[in-house]
Design a protein around this ligand. Structure first.
Ligand SMILES: Cc1cc2nc3c(=O)[nH]c(=O)nc-3n(C[C@H](O)[C@H](O)[C@H](O)COP(=O)(O)OP(=O)(O)OC[C@H]3O[C@@H](n4cnc5c(N)ncnc54)[C@H](O)[C@@H]3O)c2cc1C
Length: 494
């Protein structure tokens, strides 16, 4: 009897990790991808001799990648590089730059004269964050849930001492430990990764400070983030996994409680025993399966993460005042955080992140040049559908950055590409251009998040940012492990 066949729609990281796990178990896997290249948001842009990672530029929990390759008995096919410092933060109106180190002694030096007894306070704060991380890791994140009751029962086993953190905000928790605005602002930046602000994110998520500052830190890949994708593709090829590019699934057929086929833009139908969807798990259910719970009206009422506004610049010359990973913050942090989700106009005095991969990987830019990737989080397209004013925001950021790093960026641009939320939406079918998918409020995690197993069609599974456990590179890798568990149980290889 032939081994089971599995079709995966989409070739983002969640898909590639799933294809690896399944193919090494003996399943016959084919992947269908809309774009001409694999990786989804973890993708590459090559232009005029410059190479840019278009989305993710670093990640936490590197051990999830180690687990992935260990589980298939292969060495990691790329080189992990730990970030040290983790990143730098430029505050508006201050001439100094904060280097954020994992080493709390060194970090205390950065906050000298700003936060008294920083190290003692930070250790106390991180102790609480560490406890909540380890008390929830296997009860909430690394677990499949089949019912809300099961999820709530698992949550109920989390020690009661963490309960007050459900009712405090991230910012309030920081206020209990630190006095200076600088420390509070810098420590709260991770909340934006969840698609919320520190003022409306529950303080349980200060576990993210533990993951960055104490646990595993942040990691990069030598030669650029796309090496992750290239490394996985090499292994998939060895296992005979086929990836068909420029193939967008436009409709699906089902009967007898099973998905029977998916059909591409040319009308070609693909059948298999099992299907895994790597397109957005909430959008797919509404758009392709007509589920009322995920109609456009309902999707619009969910909480989505901010949309990316990204600028890729090839620059002549080397910029001394900038590092590999940099945040540039304005003043008025709370005011900015409050309006950023709601404003229908491009942000004024924007906050943004700048990645200069050529600082660590010179091969990403021609000799004597730098490649800049700038990410400015903006409202998704429910709030700001139109981006005719994109140039204003681009000019404002370039001007502000040039002033702050004291380098004439504007007149040294050799190449420039801009993706507004419109491009992000159309490139990868990201709902309303939301960059990280569904947000992670307590009402959108675990059994409250779209499940990784379809509610009605028995042979249909999901992996990626908007299903469980959630978004981010290591988290979708965990997601691939969770659906392997389900598929192996429910559809054994032979
Ligand atoms: C600008 C930006 C910066 C980020 N930075 C970081 C970071 O620094 N660190 C981090 O950990 N995470 C970061 N993230 C988040 C991270 O990129 C995502 O969580 C992760 O890559 C999601 O992977 P996924 O498996 O959901 O697949 P996706 O990347 O969403 O890929 C899904 C694939 O499915 C394809 N597809 C969709 N619909 C169809 C269809 N109908 N037919 C065929 N194919 C289809 C798409 O083209 C795409 O290739 C960032 C995201 C963005 C946008």
């Amino acid at each position: 009897m032939a081994n089971k066949t599995i079709t995966i729609v989409g070739a983002g990281l969640g898909s590639l990790a799933t294809a690896l796990r399944l193919s090494y178990k003996g399943y016959q896997v084919q992947v269908l991808e809309k774009q001409e290249r694999a990786g989804g948001r973890l993708n590459l842009l090559e232009k005029d001799g410059f190479t840019f990672d278009i989305g993710p530029s670093f990640f936490s929990m590197s051990y999830e990648f180690r687990e992935l390759f260990d589980s298939i008995g292969e060495p990691i096919p790329f080189e992990l590089v730990e970030l040290n410092p983790l990143y730098t933060v430029n505050m508006a109106g201050q001439d100094r730059v904060f280097q954020i180190y994992k080493d709390l002694g060194k970090l205390a030096e950065e906050f000298k004269g700003i936060e008294d007894d920083f190290e003692v306070k930070a250790r106390k704060y991180l102790k609480g964050a560490r406890e909540i991380f380890h008390d929830t890791e296997y009860k909430v994140i690394k677990k499949n849930f089949d019912s809300i009751l099961g999820f709530l029962m698992s949550m109920a086993t989390v020690p009661m001492k963490h309960l007050p953190k459900m009712f405090r905000t991230f910012w309030e928790e920081l206020e209990r430990h630190f006095d200076s605005e600088e420390v509070k602002i810098i420590f709260s930046l991770v909340a934006f990764f969840l698609g919320a602000t520190p003022f409306n994110t529950p303080s349980v998520y200060n576990l993210l400070n533990y993951t960055e500052l104490e646990h595993d830190g942040y990691w990069n890949v030598k030669g650029g983030m796309y090496k992750i994708v290239e490394g996985i593709l090499g292994l998939l090829d060895k296992k005979g996994v086929t990836i068909q590019y420029n193939t967008e699934i436009k409709s699906v057929k089902h009967s007898g409680g099973k998905l029977s086929s998916v059909t591409d833009q040319n009308g070609k139908e693909y059948t298999s025993d099992v299907f895994v969807i790597n397109a957005d798990a909430a959008w797919f259910r509404g758009h392709f399966l007509g589920r009322k719970k995920y109609s456009v009206e309902k999707l619009d009422k969910l909480e989505w993460t901010l949309a990316p506004f990204t600028i890729y610049l090839g620059i002549k010359g080397q910029i001394p005042g900038i590092h590999h990973h940099n945040y540039f913050l304005g003043d008025n942090f709370k005011g900015y955080a409050d309006t950023i989700f709601r404003s229908s106009v491009a942000p004024k005095k924007p906050y943004y992140y700048v990645n200069v991969a050529s600082k660590s990987n010179p091969e990403c830019a021609p000799e004597g040049c730098e490649n800049l990737f700038i990410l400015c989080p903006v409202p998704d397209r429910r709030v700001k559908p139109n981006w005719d004013d994109a140039d204003t925001l681009v000019d404002e950021i370039i001007e502000d950055l040039g002033n702050r790093v004291k380098f004439d960026i504007k007149n040294n641009i050799l190449t420039k590409v801009v993706y507004t939320p419109i491009e992000w939406e159309s490139m990868f079918n990201l709902y309303r251009g939301s960059g990280l998918g569904l947000a992670h409020g307590l009402n959108q995690i675990g059994a409250f998040r779209p499940s990784n197993k379809d509610e009605e069609l028995d042979n249909l599974y999901y992996v990626g940012a908007s299903t469980t456990p959630g978004t981010g590179l290591p988290i979708v890798v965990i997601g691939s492990k969770l659906i392997l568990e389900r598929i192996e149980n429910e559809y054994p290889t032979i």
